[in-house]
Design a protein around this ligand. Structure first.
Ligand code: ZN
Length: 217
């Protein structure tokens, strides 16, 4: 899950939480903060602590962007004052506790066994909260699995092409195209997983997705 840098709260306070959408999108890109799905329509402003369960309705620290699938799954499960039971992409390292091998989100047990108990519990809670690895039945409208799979295939095909190019100028052009493709298909962590042993592409991905918190990598 992409760790993000929201930055300081904007100077003007939001009267309605919907007013934060533009600012969040400019800083973080139009991606779901949880599943990393690219949001082609207007993203939903998500309350970390649900406003219907006592969360601050228009407080910058309580807002992220979300797709409707994650927003619906999360629902009102996190109430006011319950934030501490989970990791959050705008404050914690939410990249390393999960892996995306073969494009499928999983708990990174190898990483978690070296972390303290509280962090592990919070990482597992967040994973469950949005059902990151959910495989939908044919009747369900949850498109996260299908679109993640598409992004994964794009990343694998791109890597095949990338490895064949030897000329430095051609490499530069191909890299630019590849980053555009990644931005369009979304699912940052899936792309980074495919290119985890290639620092040039990995860094270009980190730079290419706005608001990615670089200090985590
Ligand atoms: Zn989502």
């Amino acid at each position: 899950m992409r760790p993000v840098e929201k930055g300081k709260a904007p100077v003007c306070k939001f009267i309605k939480y919907q007013d934060a959408e533009r600012e969040l999108e400019e800083r973080l890109g139009a991606y779901c903060s949880y599943c990393e799905l690219p949001i082609k329509h207007v993203p939903e402003v998500e309350h970390i602590e649900a406003k219907a369960a006592g969360g601050a309705p228009a407080d910058w620290d309580n807002l992220l962007l979300s797709c409707k699938y994650c927003n619906t799954r999360k629902g009102t499960q996190v109430g006011g004052g319950e934030k501490e039971q989970y990791l959050w992409p705008d404050v914690d390292d939410t990249f390393h506790p999960y892996t995306y091998q073969d494009g499928i989100p999983q708990i990174n047990e190898e990483f978690l066994c070296k972390q303290d108990e509280k962090y592990c519990e919070c990482a597992r809670n967040l994973f469950r909260l949005v059902k990151l690895d959910h495989v939908p039945s044919s009747r369900e409208k949850d498109r996260r699995f299908m679109l993640r799979n598409e992004a994964y295939n794009n990343a694998i095909n791109s890597r095949e092409g990338w490895l064949k190019i030897k000329d430095e100028n051609d490499k530069k052009s191909y890299l630019e195209l590849m980053i555009c493709l990644a931005q369009n298909t979304g699912f940052f962590s899936t792309w980074v997983e495919v290119f985890k042993n290639d620092p040039v592409v990995k860094n270009a991905l980190i730079e290419g997705f706005p608001g990615t918190r670089r200090s985590v990598f």
